[in-house]
Ligand binder design. Structure first.
Ligand code: NAD
Ligand code: DAU
Length: 353
């Protein structure tokens, strides 16, 4: 038995692959293009592990995906591959359209052909799990209830619009062709291997480097934070027990304004690695121009996955953020390699060409 994971060298994908192989011996074929966000160093502990087959390639390359599906006959595909950073989508939306929409379409076509040719039993057991985001639902007012699975799609950035389009394609392939799909829409993740262009790792890394901590606008935008390993356990649970064609919102009931997040990170650093001059890290906070079209609030209503599938996050925000800050303090080489681009050399060093 095996599963095909796309985007498994990114932040969530690499955590998922590591957790999967920590709990099972089922082969993982990991197809990742290794864009700037893909980092095989995240998977260094699996370098000599025969249960992990890494393939550098595009999940939108239908011929390559067809070849891998035929060769390995996976019982499931878990689709993480995407362009994921909202700010990058504002500067250059084209790559988001190509990857998140066209790439997902090509993947669906390859998977549909494979699934259609499977024998009855394998066909019945097969699943495609599409990993998506709460951003497709748009922005909530402070008084509005959290997003449920039936909330109207109102994406506001090129990133969230491209993810929304991919969700619609996945849905359409179920309704039209019967493809056995599952979709998860998760809130903001944080934890190990988070690329330091995103809020939490950027603040941890900048704080230690003595740089400004750039807070967009008034810092009162609210996000709903979930420790990445809890997202991974939710995906495993949905893959195992989710109803085909259903959508599951995933979140940790952890709404916090950005400024609070930055202050919490600063306070943890004050405790774990105080500044040499004794000043608190929050003196480095700087308010900068807001993100265009910045969504004010996201919040996930996670009752469906909790009640129907019995999933619950293991971490509170307090335990998860402490682990995360400690992880970055314990892995200065990972941070240095990402910042220098050295992690790209690592691929050649460890895997040859
Ligand atoms: P990431 O940017 O860290 O990783 C994306 C990975 O996809 C990288 O390894 C990259 O090399 C790979 N990739 C990109 N284009 C590819 C292509 N054409 N073919 C194959 N691989 C390709 O992203 P992430 O934060 O790990 O997010 C993973 C998924 O989860 C995305 O679909 C994202 O929309 C979704 N998501 C993320 C969050 C979050 O907070 N980070 C929350 C909810 C959902
Ligand atoms: O909600 C899920 C989404 O969470 C995922 O779908 C995305 O892939 C992921 O990148 C994340 O999107 P956000 O835009 O919420 O994450 P980001 O870390 O970029 O920003 C979090 C908040 O912090 C957001 O309100 C913008 C703000 N911010 C971000 C950065 C990078 C700042 O104030 N300063 C910053 O420097």
């Amino acid at each position: 038995m095996s599963i095909l994971v796309t985007g498994g060298a990114g932040f969530i994908g690499s955590n998922f692959v590591l957790d999967w192989l920590a709990q099972s011996d089922e082969l993982v074929i990991n197809l990742d293009k290794l864009t700037y966000a893909g980092n095989l160093q995240n998977l260094a502990t699996l370098a000599d592990d025969a249960r992990h087959v890494f393939v550098q390639g595009d999940f939108g390359d239908a011929a390559l995906v067809a070849k891998l599906l035929l060769q390995y006959q996976p019982r499931a595909v878990v689709n993480f591959a995407a362009e994921s950073h909202v700010d990058r989508s504002i500067h250059g939306p084209g790559e988001f359209i190509q990857t998140n929409i066209v790439g997902t379409f090509n993947l669906l076509e390859a998977v549909r052909a494979y699934w259609g040719a499977l024998a009855a039993e394998a066909r019945a057991g097969f699943r495609l799990l599409h990993v998506s985001t709460d951003e497709v639902y748009g922005s909530l007012a402070h008084t509005e209830p959290a997003f449920t699975e039936t909330h109207r799609y109102e994406p506001n950035s090129p990133y969230s619009a491209s993810k929304a389009a991919s969700d619609h394609l996945v849905r359409a392939y179920h309704h039209t062709y019967g493809l056995p799909v599952l979709t998860t829409n998760c809130s903001n993740n944080y934890g190990p291997f988070h690329f330091p262009e995103k809020l939490i790792p950027l603040m941890i890394v900048n704080a230690q480097a003595g740089k400004a901590l750039p807070v967009y606008g008034d810092g009162q935008q609210i996000r709903d934070w979930l420790y990445v390993k809890d997202h991974c356990s939710a995906i495993r649970r949905v893959l195992e027990a989710g109803q085909v064609g259903e959508v599951y919102n995933v979140g940790g009931w952890n709404e916090k304004p950005n400024l609070d997040i930055v202050q919490i990170v600063c306070a943890l650093l004050d405790e774990l690695k105080p500044r040499a001059d004794g000043q608190p890290y929050q003196t480095q906070i700087t308010y900068v121009t807001d993100r265009p079209g910045h969504d004010r609030r996201y919040a996930i209503d996670a009752r469906k996955i909790e009640q129907e599938l019995g999933w619950k996050p293991a971490e509170t925000f307090e335990s998860g953020i402490r682990k995360t800050v400690q992880w970055y303090l314990d892995h200065p080489d990972w941070v240095a390699n990402v910042q220098s681009g050295g992690y790209r050399d690592w691929v050649v060093k460890h895997y040859g060409n």
